[in-house]
Design a protein. Structure first.
Length: 181
């Protein structure tokens, strides 16, 4: 069997290799960097109403738009009952997953799980329903006795890795490995 042995006597190179080995044993700084980038990317999806695969989210149901209009005085003309300019603006601006509080779109966070795992998600109670959808009545009865939800809720995936996220992940890893010791 042939064998090649390389000995390094350069102190700078040895220090660099030792730093690389140390960085590889605890990649939590890399995971934090990735978590930050992926959380930002996830929040950006709310502006475009698109899933990680680039497909558009299902539009809001007529009932959701009507509820938004009814919560805002001046949405309907008192004389004719038709939409006012304000109402038209509200209806046109009612994006899927963006409620009045914008709670879901502003509660995307990352969490490190150990030294080599990061998860992205939201603490909002209804996040999973929005991500995966739900059939009418999936949650039993409300305190008022009516079924929740009042109709099917289509899946609107906001969590996941897009093609751009894959490129970002590769870039962040390369930057991490190339950073000075």
């Amino acid at each position: 069997m042939s064998r090649i042995e390389i000995q390094i006597n350069d102190h700078v190179a040895i220090a660099g290799l030792n730093a690389l080995i140390a960085r590889g044993s605890d990649i939590s700084p890399l995971m934090s960097m990735l978590g930050e980038k992926l959380a930002d990317s996830t929040m950006d999806r709310f502006a475009t109403s698109t899933a990680p695969d680039g497909s558009p989210w299902a539009p809001n149901a007529h009932q959701a738009i009507l509820q938004a209009l009814n919560r805002n005085k001046g949405s309907f003309s008192k004389r004719t009952g038709a939409l006012t300019e304000k109402g038209k603006t509200i209806a046109a601006g009612k994006k899927p997953l963006i409620g009045e509080t914008k709670a879901l779109s502003t509660t995307i966070h990352y969490q490190l799980l150990g030294r080599d795992t990061v998860v992205i998600g939201s603490s909002m109670e209804y996040a999973a329903t929005q991500q995966f959808g739900a059939k009418q009545g999936a949650f039993g009865k409300s305190k008022r006795g009516g079924p929740i939800p009042w109709g099917d809720i289509p899946a609107r995936p906001f969590l996941g890795i897009s093609a751009q996220d894959e490129r970002t992940i590769t870039s962040v890893i390369n930057e991490y490995l190339a950073a000075p010791w």
